[in-house]
Ligand binder design. Structure first.
Ligand code: F6P
Length: 552
């Protein structure tokens, strides 16, 4: 039976406290010169300052008690021990095993899994060496220059986000492109200017049945067969030499035409959105190389170890997860902004949207009981700074919503820099410091007057401040640091799910959408009986679609 967190004493205490609590960041900082020190935490390579948030020691203590009363640490241990924490699919969620060194044994259903994990990793490293050296090449004998990853959701967002983030670390002779959307313009735009002789496709799909991925994979298959036929390459050779698969479903991979020797496997205990450290990361291994990918895994592992072992008072995923619960359930914040001050990290908000909202956007607890008295996942959104400043920051500064925001920045640029680029980077980061400061402390009416602002404009040009933010700062965006960041957010997400009593590892809502899209196809293609089964809005929309469809 799942615990309804609202029935715990800690929840009631937090609710009562929230009734009279009035956040005042100016005051908090004025009263306590040590506040920043007190509320700054450390992962091995990341510094996290949560002092500009609506919290104090009493709130922290009550949140720790809530974690105890909802058994967060027991649930964490169950996840690490390979118990079937994904109850609706009756399986474990053992992504932490994927990045553990071989010496740390993980077991699943009483069977050790570490050797399988490391054997697959070694296969992928060997494959990478072959591609880099040219021993593994295209059907005409040319070495590969372009990798095309076809996948969606967890089979795309993690690798594509990390590829962009770690671009300065990538192997210069290999470019990677990611095709995810079933919109035909995605595949068309990614294929139009590449040489088929030097292109390797990786079809990534846990199930190997996802409509978008399989449709795009078939388009790619046709494309390579047609293009290579001009060079006298047979269909069989074209597929054999230019396609590899990453999946848990060998049968469907074989049905597609990819031989099992060209498939890198993973396991049903790896959830899609938690899979970047599995074979799903093959495009990263190919482009980053063994050493960098290993650094990435080590970064994740260091945070796994921290989450498992650090005491509550230092356990940053625990603390940040509980802080999100405080905002969501007691201060009624419904959104959370992710604001990387790094163009390289521009896909991180999209990556976190899947991680957080697909995990925690749930309306029942793990045992199926409905969630009535509290909300679950916050709505995650964001954009790289400074672009966001010129788009939606006005709402953060002077709007009426409570929006906790995570600012993420790197002291040093990832690129070798000229002196003038360094100065530009300083200018860039001055915005990171300025925004978090201004959000917290604003500008009072008196300060505005001192600047000579006319009295009639004082209220419009006053900033109340008191807008919460977390500042996440690392020296540089390296593979290790990115690994730490990803694992940090995975575990923050887990902590929230554990308090809410939900299963963060299934996604039945998405499954329904997939099914309905498939069912609608006959109606879209003119089957009037099928169309008549739908509601009037869907019927009208499809009729409009049919009337305006151009025939080729
Ligand atoms: O979006 C739903 C989902 O099931 C995700 O959880 C998953 O990452 C994605 O579809 C892709 O699934 P697959 O890897 O099986 O193609």
């Amino acid at each position: 039976m799942s615990i309804d967190p609202t029935r715990t004493d800690a929840w009631k205490e937090l609710s009562d406290y929230a009734q009279t609590y009035r956040a005042n960041l100016r005051n908090d900082f004025a009263c306590d010169p040590q506040r920043a020190r007190t509320f700054t935490y450390h992962l091995p390579h990341i510094n996290i300052d949560i002092s500009k948030n609506f919290l104090n020691q009493k709130i922290m203590q009550m949140l720790f008690t809530l974690a105890d009363q909802t058994h967060v640490k027991d649930k964490r241990d169950a996840m690490f021990h390979g118990e079937h924490v994904n109850v609706s699919e009756n399986r474990a969620a053992l992504h932490v095993a994927l990045r553990a060194p071989k010496s740390e044994e993980y077991t699943y259903n009483s069977r050790t899994i570490s050797s399988d994990i490391h054997a697959t990793l070694e296969d992928m490293y060997a494959f990478t060496e072959g591609v880099h050296s040219g021993k593994i090449h295209g059907a005409t004998g040319k070495p590969f220059e372009t990798i095309v990853n076809i996948g969606i959701g967890g089979s795309d967002l993690g690798p594509s986000m990390a590829y962009t983030a770690l671009h300065p670390y990538t192997y210069p002779r290999l470019e990677c492109r990611y095709i995810s959307n079933i919109d035909p313009s995605d595949v068309a735009s990614k294929l139009h200017d590449i040489d088929p002789r030097t292109t390797l496709f990786i079809v990534v799909s846990k199930t190997f049945t996802t409509m978008e991925t399989m449709t795009n994979a078939h388009v790619a298959k046709k494309w390579i067969i047609n293009k290579l036929a001009r060079y006298g390459v047979s269909e069989e050779d074209a597929i054999h030499s230019h396609f590899v698969a990453v999946s848990t479903n060998d049968e469907e991979v074989r049905n597609f035409g990819i031989s099992p020797h060209k498939m890198f496997g993973f396991w049903n205990w790896v959830g899609g959105r938690y899979s970047v450290s599995s074979a799903v990361g093959l495009s990263l291994i190919l482009t980053l190389g063994r050493e960098n990918f290993q650094e990435f895994l080590d970064g994740m592992h260091s945070v796994d170890t921290h989450f498992l072992n650090a005491p509550d008072e230092e356990n940053i995923p625990l603390i940040m997860g509980l802080l999100n619960v405080w905002y969501t359930n007691f201060l009624e914040a419904s959104t959370h902004a992710i604001l990387p001050y790094s163009q390289l990290l521009s896909r991180f908000p999209a990556y976190l949207q899947q991680l957080i909202m697909e995990s925690n956007g749930k309306h029942v607890r793990s045992d199926g009981t409905p969630i009535i008295e509290y909300t679950t996942s916050e709505i995650v959104w964001g954009e790289a700074g400074t672009n966001g400043q010129h788009a939606f920051f006005q709402l953060l500064h002077q709007g009426t919503h409570l929006v906790p925001a995570d600012f993420i920045a790197f002291v040093n640029p990832s690129l070798e820099c000229t002196e003038s680029q360094r100065i530009q980077h300083d200018l860039f980061l001055s915005n990171f410091f300025a925004q978090t400061r201004t959000l917290a402390f604003g500008k009072t009416a008196d300060e505005a007057r001192q600047e000579g602002i006319p009295e009639a404009l004082i209220s419009a040009r006053t900033f109340s401040g008191n807008h919460p933010s977390t500042s996440i700062l690392a020296s540089e965006l390296t593979p290790r640091v990115l690994g730490e960041l990803i694992a940090l957010y995975e575990h923050i997400t887990f902590v929230q799910s554990a308090v809410w009593g939900i299963n963060p590892f299934d996604q039945w809502g998405v499954e329904l959408g997939k099914q309905v899209a498939k069912d609608l196809m006959p109606a879209m293609q003119g089957d009037t009986t099928a169309l008549s089964r739908y509601d009037s809005s869907t019927q009208e929309l499809i009729t409009y679609y049919q009337q305006h469809k151009k025939t080729s």
